[in-house]
Design a protein around this ligand. Structure first.
Ligand code: FAD
Length: 432
């Protein structure tokens, strides 16, 4: 609901969001719901997301609900919801020598964790983006707008955005939701700052989605119908059903000691033979998994902010949100959920900055302060996520020193991390 100041007018606040990915769109929806005008500037010619699967925790959905209830409605329509009675399972994918042993819980199952804690809903990314974009008001997004630079203009108290097509735009605040290779972050911190670029984690991902019956034939019924992690030396495989259980989302993660060939693109051409070589000598499910992939495919390089985390998420009238701030490996499965938390905190702070103002324009200083409050509220959480996600990735690949191949230690670390993800009070830093 719109609030008015002592003059009876609603203080104006115009927000520019750079990047129309999942987090840019959610942030825009959260702002519009609070009566704050926000325009998304997206470099692509239209909404674009890959048709890969990803999932949101129950805690993430609570944030969405507060941000804009329409987001949870869209997600609910297109999701595969985990059943509280089922579990995520973790399997030894290396030692079993035949298919029977590989599917025998007493021989190959490392441990289970109950689903009700994380309570994931899995969906297809492109469907979520389109569903949410349909909730945006007219004029709330502009395509073909690649941010090149911005000026935080002291005199006018405005941020001026400059785009590749030669045009400019003006706003009171700039929110950089421009992902892992964020231009906003580079400009904010300076080209030479180590955090201006994401670091290669030396892990590549091979992703595919197959019809559920193909998944069942490959991995067995027990495995294909729930969320699973297959662990082994220097690689692991994650699978879970999406699209109301009709598709199986599969991702292989492999340690890559060399440098990624295309550091700015995140993907590189690959061949099925790479996967065959990777799982040579593993148990039968994994040794045959390459058959689910086409002959020619792409592999994704996993980059994150863990080696050089940004010292701040805000400077002047600009801030970074979502992956632009704390891009993480996917092993905790909460990269986007962490961006949803950012969006909620930011929308709450901007709404309150506007309500507190006594002028018709929200003053630059109070906005700068508001963005600093956002940064302070989110820095530790963002860093915790990419740091622990890296550790968990290494753990699944039996490369993490403190857990090694020790099943009990692996389970304990996961439980601790899961607890930190779910029981975190997103709004607490604002109250303190
Ligand atoms: P992005 O999705 O990267 O969007 C950035 C947008 O900005 C893009 O549209 C881009 O075109 C635009 N842009 C970039 N530069 C400019 C510019 N200069 N000017 C204008 N526009 C620009 N998270 C979960 O919570 N659950 C999961 O299950 C999960 N699984 C994952 C699996 C994998 C394999 C990976 C790699 C990640 C996973 N994540 C998951 C993390 C999640 O995908 C990201 O956290 C999320 O997509 C980040 O969204 P974003 O909007 O911040 O960035």
């Amino acid at each position: 609901s719109r609030s008015s100041n002592s003059n009876g007018s609603v203080p104006s606040l115009e927000v520019a969001i750079v990047g129309g990915g999942i987090i840019g769109v959610m942030t825009a929806l959260g702002l519009h719901r609070r009566g704050i005008k926000a325009v998304i500037y997206e470099r692509a010619p239209t909404w674009h997301e890959v048709s890969a699967g990803f999932a949101f925790t129950g805690a993430g959905r609570e944030c969405m609900q507060q941000l804009h209830p329409g987001i949870v409605e869209v997600l609910g329509r297109i999701s595969q919801k985990t059943d509280a009675s089922t579990s995520n399972t973790y399997w030894d994918a290396y030692h079993p020598r035949n298919r029977q042993d590989a599917e025998d819980e007493s021989k190959a199952l490392l441990f289970k964790t109950p689903n009700n804690k994380l309570d994931y809903w899995g969906c297809v990314r492109s469907q979520l983006l389109l569903g949410m974009a349909a909730l945006l008001p007219d004029g709330a997004f502009k395509f073909g707008k690649q941010l090149l630079s911005y000026d935080d203009d002291e005199k006018t108290s405005k941020v001026i955005l400059r785009f590749e097509d030669g045009t400019t735009a003006e706003a009171d605040v700039l929110l950089g939701c421009d992902g892992i290779h964020s231009t906003t972050r580079r400009i904010m911190l300076g080209n030479d700052h180590p955090a201006s670029r994401a670091g290669y984690t030396h892990i590549v991902a091979y992703r595919t989605m197959v019809p559920i019956d193909v998944g069942i034939a490959a991995l067995g019924e027990k495995v294909a119908k729930t969320g699973c992690m297959h662990c082994g030396p220097n690689a692991c495989l994650m699978s879970y059903p999406v699209m109301n259980g009709t598709l199986l989302n599969v991702a292989i993660f492999a340690h890559d000691p060399s440098e990624f060939p295309e550091p700015d693109k995140m993907t590189a051409p690959a061949e099925r033979g790479e996967i065959e070589r990777l799982f040579k000598g593993w148990s039968p499910h994994l040794a045959n998994i390459a058959k689910l992939y086409p002959e020619n495919l792409v592999k994704w390089g996993l980059f994150d902010m863990d080696e050089n985390p940004p010292p701040t998420y805000a400077s002047g009238r600009a801030c970074i949100v979502g992956d632009a701030a704390h891009a993480s490996t996917p092993f905790l499965g909460v990269g986007a959920c962490t961006g949803v938390e950012d969006a909620l905190v930011l929308c709450t702070i901007l709404e309150s900055a506007r309500q507190k103002t006594s002028n018709s324009n929200v003053q630059g200083e109070s906005l700068t302060q508001a963005l600093q409050t956002y940064s302070q509220a989110r820095l530790d959480r963002g860093r915790w996520v990419h740091h622990n996600s890296r550790q968990v990735g290494q753990m699944y690949q039996w490369r993490y020193g403190p857990t090694g191949r020790d099943t009990e230690r692996i389970k304990q670390k996961l439980e601790r991390d899961c607890h930190t993800i779910v029981d975190y009070d997103v709004m607490a830093p604002l109250v303190a």
